[in-house]
Design a protein. Structure first.
Length: 93
């Protein structure tokens, strides 16, 4: 029982640390001097959300959250590439 309590506390602390990192990256997304800094910050936020989903799934014993994390990773990657291509060329084809 004590081990479960310590394990949950570790995941709670890790979740708070990842959330704090998301907030710091959100500042860079808002204040980024160029559009590329903002896109990179948005991509980093997406990566941190995937880590947060994996932590929550593991902490609460729900392996389905890992499937959601993988799908979110793919969407994040494709959206980043599409936005950078659009900002570079002005079109997506």
């Amino acid at each position: 029982m004590l081990w479960k309590l310590r394990e949950k506390r570790v995941f709670d602390i890790a979740s708070v640390a990842v959330t704090l990192a998301i907030m710091l990256t959100l500042y860079r997304a808002i204040k980024g001097p160029t559009v590329y800094d903002r896109v990179l910050a948005a991509n980093a936020i997406g990566t941190k959300v995937v880590v947060l989903l994996a932590l929550i799934g593991f902490a609460y014993g729900r392996p389905h959250f890992l499937d959601l994390a993988v799908v979110y990773t793919l969407i994040n990657f494709i959206a980043t590439i599409a936005f950078l291509k659009y900002s570079e060329m002005g079109r997506l084809d």
